[in-house]
Ligand binder design. Structure first.
Ligand code: ADP
Length: 611
């Protein structure tokens, strides 16, 4: 029973074949219809050309040549017969009023004599549709004038059947030529398709048998169940891949975002940063690299160090760091950009490893930094240490020398003994003064000093300083004077620091003075300032040295000044102290005549106003 049902049911391949057959036929019919329509239109165009040509030819014949005369056949009929068009419906020669003079008609047709306007020459030539009087038959009439010496003698009218869309016997060969390949090809295609679909048909039939359980085909069932599992697994795999793809997309976006963040951070770093890949090619360079390597970062990207457009000396210096083969064996090097020994750039090369595999090197991170300041600071520190060591060495070796003399020679003459003791004291004082200055300077420079402002009576403080100088034993025959008006108002200053500054100035005034010279320590008041001055009548300072005397460790090159010893710190410290009080220190000097230092401090009301 089931078998008969199956047998009765057409197979999918058969149905597909039938469909293809039908589609082929429809296509063939469509093509045939379009071809016939095209042919009809072409015939209509040809007809218009033919009719117009024929009428023109007929109008060239004199009227008498077209009208019948006694004893001779109708010439119009002969002309039209010679033309030989089977679609010719009629030919007419009429007088100007439309009365027929000669007529040739196809069997069964009667010409419809539509009038022609004899007074409108523009309408004499032309064609128009006319009714044939027979159902379904349309005619096209072509007409032209018969002229004799410019005079209208009549009209020639020739009508043809209008071509219609449809088959006629003349189109049979054309249609047969079209239909034959279609009819041959469609079955051929159908059979080819059928043979190609047969394996699928078998599989489909087997599935059907299994589905209905009509046969115990265990192997096939196994195949089907495996196929089902395979489909499930494939679907799962597709879902997994979809999930992985969406994860990957998210990761890519995240990485892009992180990369942008990292890049913008690297761009803003004050150091020049470059990243080289495993092959030693630059993949990133921030703008700071430009001035350090004297090359635009864009000119370094995608290039190996050997191709960088920079000074070859720098390339050579960097080569051991950036050699991608061996990795950065040296981690740091320095070079002088533009061969300028006054500038220094330090370079660090750090290997970049994969985050999860520290044995896999991804490239090199190169950090460039201008270290000119450190270089200069280092040099200054070295010079400072050398200088201080030298300055301390002299007094200490003198102390040691005279100390040994005093110890080893108990029978020294009294004056030699006193001289030795004085030298030891002087040198110890000198060393102590240097150390005290150094300590004060270092406190001021470190910013650890706090000014302790107190109301200071300058008269007392300056007299005190001068007393201290006169007791130091360095003034001998010098005339010392303190000149402070009694009405001078007290001023708020750090007394101890101010004392250090004035002592340094007084010591210099005594040291660089003439043997019988003079020192005047004075103070005075202006509207806004209290001005303290230290004036001596000593050797003076050359004009070209004046701008430098407040520099740290600056000492005059003048022979006389050099002979009097010193450390080049006294004036530097004095200026630091004055500036801590927001005051000003100035110098005016005449070589050979003397020097005057002035310290001016703003009065409280000026300080308040400034605040
Ligand atoms: P120094 O310990 O050498 O005196 P200072 O800093 O006190 O160091 O002075 C710096 C230089 O200024 C001195 O070496 C000296 O040449 C010059 N100088 C300072 N004060 C005077 C002065 N009153 N008269 C002449 N020269 C001076």
């Amino acid at each position: 029973m089931t078998t008969s049902v199956n047998a009765a049911r057409s197979s999918p391949a058969d149905r597909a074949g039938l469909l293809i057959l039908l589609a082929g036929l429809v296509a063939a019919l469509l093509v045939a219809f379009l071809a016939v329509r095209h042919q009809t239109e072409q015939r209509a165009t040809e007809l218009v050309e033919q009719g117009t040509r024929l009428v023109k030819a007929l109008t060239a014949i004199p009227k008498d040549g077209l009208t019948p005369a006694a004893g001779r056949p109708n010439p119009l009929a002969a002309v039209l017969r010679a033309h030989g068009n089977a679609d010719l419906a009629y030919g007419l020669v009429t007088d100007p009023q439309g009365r027929p003079l000669s007529e040739v008609t196809a069997p069964g047709l009667t010409p419809t004599l539509l009038p022609l306007a004899a007074d409108k020459p523009a309408e004499w030539f032309g064609h128009r549709p006319v009714d044939s009087g027979v159902a379904g038959l349309q005619l096209v009439e072509f007409h032209g004038p018969l002229l004799q010496d410019g005079r209208l003698e009549g009209f020639v009218r020739v009508a043809f059947r209008e071509p219609s869309i449809g088959f006629d016997s003349r189109q049979i060969p054309f249609l047969a030529g079209l239909a034959l390949p279609v009819l041959l090809l469609v079955p051929l295609f159908f059979f080819m398709l059928r043979s190609q679909l047969r394996p699928l048909q078998d599989v489909s039939r087997r599935f059907e048998i299994l589905a209905t359980g009509s046969a115990g085909d265990v192997a096939a069932r196994d195949v089907v169940s495996r196929f089902g599992r395979f489909l499930d697994a494939t679907e799962n795999r597709i879902l997994e891949l979809e999930a992985t793809r969406s994860d990957a997309e998210t990761s890519i976006k995240l990485l892009g975002y992180k990369r942008e963040k990292v890049e913008s951070a690297l761009e803003t770093l004050p150091e020049g940063i470059m990243v080289l890949d495993e092959g030693g090619v630059v993949v990133f360079a921030n703008p700071k690299v430009g001035p350090l390597l004297s090359a635009a970062p864009a000119d370094l990207i995608n290039k190996r160090p050997a191709e960088w457009p920079i000074d070859p000396a720098i390339t050579r210096a960097l080569a051991p760091l950036l050699n991608a083969e061996s990795g950065p064996s040296t981690h740091n090097t320095d070079f002088h950009p533009d061969n300028d020994q006054g500038r220094r750039v330090s370079v660090w090369a750090l290997p970049l490893f994969a985050p999860r595999d520290t044995t896999r090197r991804l490239g090199i991170l190169v950090v460039l930094r201008e270290t000119t300041d450190q270089m200069l600071a280092g040099r200054a520190r070295d010079e400072f240490i050398a200088h201080v060591a030298h300055e301390l060495k002299t007094p200490l070796s003198n102390i040691s020398l005279y100390g040994e003399l005093l110890r080893d020679e108990p029978d020294l003459a009294a004056d030699t003994r006193i001289e030795a003791i004085n030298t030891v004291c002087d040198e110890a004082q000198r060393a102590a003064g240097l150390i005290a200055n150094l300590l004060n300077i270092s406190r001021i420079e470190a910013g650890s000093i706090v000014i302790d402002r107190q109301r200071v009576r300058l008269g007392e403080l300056l007299s005190d300083c001068m007393d201290h100088l006169s007791h130091s034993g360095s003034t001998h025959a010098l005339r010392l004077r303190v000149d402070v008006p009694p009405e001078l108002p007290p001023i708020e200053l750090d007394k101890d620091l101010l004392r250090i500054a004035i002592n340094n100035l007084l010591t210099n005034a005594a040291k660089y003075n003439r043997a019988d010279g003079e020192i005047i320590l004075a103070a005075e008041e202006t509207d806004d300032h209290i001005v303290i001055s230290v004036q001596d009548s000593g050797i003076g300072i050359a004009a070209d040295e004046l701008p430098h005397i407040f520099e740290k460790f600056y000492r005059s090159a003048d022979r006389e000044a050099v002979s009097r010893g010193g450390h080049g710190l006294g004036l530097y410290l004095a200026r630091q102290i004055v500036e801590l009080h927001q005051g000003q220190i100035e110098v005016a000097s005449q070589p050979g005549q003397g020097t005057r230092f002035t310290l001016s401090f703003r009065k409280p009301h000026v300080l308040l106003r400034a605040a």
